[in-house]
Unconditional design. Structure first.
Length: 323
């Protein structure tokens, strides 16, 4: 941003989902949310097969950015107070620069491509603020918190006060397409599921290396960010429909992630959509839950809490704090 602002917009442009948050600081210095929305353009659809963002995905991405830009404008946020970051799909797609140029030309949005470490750092900031805002573990310090963020193209793990953070190059959308083919929809065979499970484990081990958290001692409180966590919480609550606002701060378990990933992977897309889950995530949710289960395993943890306050919250907090 070129000048200090008291109101900012933070855009998180991911492999599956684009999210926008408009926020300011209240009189106590806490984050006040003025608006929070998302679209699901699946920009990374086909990435596992081609290594590129295809033309249709670019069109969907631009349409989503237009909607998010209009949303930001409705909240009277200055154009130079908007900051957009691109994550895994932008790091991996050979033609990511084409979409970045298109976003600037068609929507006036400049996209900063962040590294996996920077993505993890922003997610960590968001997770610590989420615990404090929800009133859980009131005495929690940053060093007590571990974070898991399952995305469409990568999975981030952060611990030890944010000093330890890794980004594993496996996520729900890319994993689904790699093992189920274009579209990544439908039921999983036992063979495809076993192969995906092995891939996630290998990706986590490769990312962690010797930095693996000590079993059971990585953190006192683990926060799982994003849509996978919200969907799991709604399934565990047995809701009649998907109500993500009820997922904030809800307890999650490794056993629950394992159970629901097995239930969903055996069902067709239409059958999954009868459950209280986000319809736009139904195709990739089994893979997301698999990533979550094995990330918790890597932490040596059996339980966590869900939070929808993902990367965009960490970005907004940093932008406002730097003014």
């Amino acid at each position: 941003m070129s000048a200090a602002h008291t109101r900012v917009a933070a855009l998180d442009l991911g492999t599956n989902t684009f999210l926008a948050l408009v926020a300011e600081l209240d009189e106590h210095g806490a984050l006040r949310v003025l608006g929070d929305t998302f679209h699901t353009p699946r920009l990374g659809a086909g990435l596992a097969r081609t290594g590129r963002i295809d033309a249709q995905a670019m069109e969907r991405g631009v349409a989503a950015l237009r909607e998010l830009s209009a949303f930001v404008a409705q909240h009277a946020c200055a154009s130079d107070a908007v900051h957009a970051v691109g994550t895994a799909v932008f790091r991996r797609a050979a033609n990511a620069s084409e979409f970045i140029a298109l976003a600037k030309r068609e929507c006036g949005v400049e996209i900063e491509v962040v590294s996996g470490e920077r993505e993890a750092e922003l997610s960590y900031t968001a997770a610590v603020s989420a615990l404090r805002a929800a009133g859980h573990d009131a005495n929690v310090t940053a060093a007590d918190v571990g974070v898991i963020d399952v995305g469409g193209g990568s999975t981030e793990l952060i611990w030890e006060g944010g000093r330890r953070r890794v980004s594993a190059d496996v996520g729900a959308l890319v994993l689904s397409e790699r093992h189920l083919g274009p579209g990544g929809e439908g039921a999983w065979s036992d063979e495809a599921w076993a192969s995906a499970r092995a891939e996630v484990r290998q990706a986590l081990e490769r990312a962690l290396g010797p930095a693996r958290p000590a079993s059971g001692a990585a953190a006192r409180s683990i926060v799982v960010l994003g849509g996978t966590a919200a969907n799991l919480a709604c399934l565990e609550l047995g809701l009649a429909r998907f109500e993500p606002q009820l997922s904030e701060g809800r307890p999650l378990t490794r056993a629950g992630a394992a159970h629901w990933s097995q239930v969903l992977r055996a069902r067709t897309l239409a059958e999954r959509c009868q459950l209280p889950i986000e319809l736009s995530r139904a195709a990739i949710l089994p893979a997301g839950l698999l990533c979550l289960e094995l990330a918790l395993e890597a932490f040596g943890a059996n339980a966590a809490r869900a939070s929808g306050r993902g990367l965009r919250y960490g970005l907004a907090w940093n932008l406002l704090r730097s003014n």
